[in-house]
Each structure stands twice: as C-alpha cells, then as structure tokens.
Write a new protein. Structure first.
Length: 307
C-alpha cells in the first residue's frame, strides 16, 4: 500500500513536471506567435510597441521637436506632448485608438490623410490653455487590419514634424520630486518617464465601444485617469492630465479641483458612442507638489462609483 502510494506520488510529480514544461513551451510559442503578429505593425510604425494588459500594444511618438511653454514652464514631451496609438487584438483584426499632438497648421493635412485611409477622428480640441505655441489634440479610432491601420497612422504623422525614427534609450532623468509622498497621498504608485512622474488610475466600470457591444475597452486604450507631475524646483511642480468621468461626477470634480487651486482647462469627449458615456476633464496648476497631490486626491475621491 505504501509502495503504491509512493509510486502514485512519483507519477503525479512526473506529470506535474511535464505539464510545467509543456506550459512553458506553450507560453513561449504564444509569445513567438504574438511577436510575429505585431511585427508588421512595428515595421510600419518604425518602432517597438509596449505590451499592456488587455492584449494591447501601445506606441508612443513624443513631440520632442516642440518647445512649448506655459506659465514659464517648458513642457517635457512626456508631460503633455506625447502622441500615441494603441492596438488591441480582437481575433484576426484589431481596434486601434490614439491621440495625436499637433500644431494648428498640421491639423488639416493630418485629418485629410487619416480620412483618406479609413481612420476615424473622434475628437479635436485643446487640453491646455495659454501655451505657446498652441497645441491641438486629435483623437482617433479604427477597426480592421493592423498593418493597414499602422501604415495609415504613419502616413498621417509624416505631415507633421513628429520625430518618426526610434530614439535611442535616454539615461534616466532625475525627477527632483518626493514621489513617495505623492504616491502615498494619492494612493497609487506612479512611474518615472522622461523627467515626469506619471500616475494612471483606471475606472472600476467596464467600458464598451457602444451599448450593443459586449467587448471591453482596456484602460490602456486611453480611458484611465492620467496625472503627470513635472518638477519646477524647490519642491514645486506643474501638473496636468485628465480625469475620466461619468456625467454625474463632472461638477463635483470641478468643485474639488477649484478648491485646491487647480485650473480646469477643458471638459469634452474623446470617443463616440461609448457605454457608459465618459467625459474627460483636463487640468493645470503649479504649486507645492504634495499640496497639489492632496487636491488631486480630493477630486479622485469623487470619481468612485456609487453604491
């Protein structure tokens, strides 16, 4: 009986080892398959994408060619000047969403190019107020063949001065911010990117392309509240970003931000037909970084779903 038990355990152990090996082989095969699938997109866009949860591959195109100044602060590309496009794989096709940072004289040509190549525009507007030169933000969406969509985005970007060559990895830029204190106050740990401290806070609801579509749009497709801190020295920072809100939350968030001395610079949509309907509220301020973090936290507390 004891021998049989030991023998059984050995069999179970052997099966477990083989299963683990097979599992790793399957994962490696899946990874290789995914890499092959996305290669045409990366080739078309001329850069590697960053994998994100929800089967999303995201590409950034920072406008490092621009010198945009607001209230005496020269904005870093990662702070408010980052064009991006994200691809979500859905079966044999993709859904793509993105946000292109454009100068005013680039808007018409970019829109015409996107229209000719089957890419929808879902919004065109400001995110900031009073910056120089003035910057516009064009939100886009497409569903279909990934290579076709990538080529269309690349063609549109060629009508701008956006650097299209993959930049070499830059050495880390000191943040000169108490990021530990900021993260503790807001309750979310951020990341350093190009001299900017970035925080992302997804909503708890599932967001769908429309009321009849059960597919969920992942947060990485641009539907997470984004908060960016850029140091201005002596413990102070400039902040910008956008809150992703339900209609019933809009005015209470305005009140909370205003009470904290944070300017609301825009309220608008980024998408068309999503369910539930979302509103995006952009903001700006320069002050003590921890004071601003407390103001942002107060506003975030008003975005929690009821019940």
């Amino acid at each position: 009986m004891i021998v049989g038990t030991r023998f059984s355990r050995r069999i179970i152990l052997a099966v477990g080892v083989l299963t683990g090996v097979a599992g790793r082989a399957d994962a490696q095969a899946l990874s290789a398959s995914s890499a092959r699938y996305w290669k045409v997109v990366e080739d078309a866009l001329g850069r590697k994408g960053t994998p994100n949860p929800g089967n999303v591959l995201k590409f950034g195109f920072p406008r490092s060619d621009l010198a945009v100044v607001l209230n005496g602060v020269t904005l870093k590309p990662a702070f408010a000047l980052g064009s991006w496009v994200a691809f979500q794989r859905i079966g044999d096709h993709v859904m793509a969403m993105g946000d292109l940072v454009l100068l005013e004289d680039e808007v018409e040509s970019v829109m015409a190019s996107l229209q000719q190549n089957g890419i929808e525009q879902t919004a065109l507007h400001n995110h900031l107020v009073g910056e120089s030169p003035h910057v516009m933000y064009m939100h886009i969406r497409a569903i279909g063949n990934p290579a076709r969509i990538a080529r269309a985005v690349r063609s549109a970007l060629e009508f701008t001065k956006t650097p299209l060559a993959q930049a070499a990895a830059a050495p880390p830029t000191p943040l000169d911010l108490d990021t530990t204190a900021i993260a503790k106050i807001i309750g979310v740990r951020g990341k350093a990117n190009g001299g900017v401290y970035q925080l992302s806070i997804p909503r708890r609801e599932k967001i769908h392309p429309d009321k009849n579509d059960k597919m969920e749009i992942p947060a990485a497709m641009g539907i997470a509240t984004a908060i960016n801190f850029q140091s201005t020295g002596a413990g102070k920072a400039a902040i910008t970003g956008d809150f992703v809100l339900l209609g019933r939350e809009v005015n209470s968030v305005i009140w909370a931000l205003s009470e904290a001395g944070i300017q609301v610079t825009a309220i608008h949509s980024h998408m068309i037909g999503e369910e539930p309907r979302l509103y995006f509220m952009h903001f700006w301020a320069i002050d003590d970084a921890t004071k601003l973090a407390r103001g942002l936290k107060s506003a975030l507390d008003r975005t929690r779903p009821r019940g």
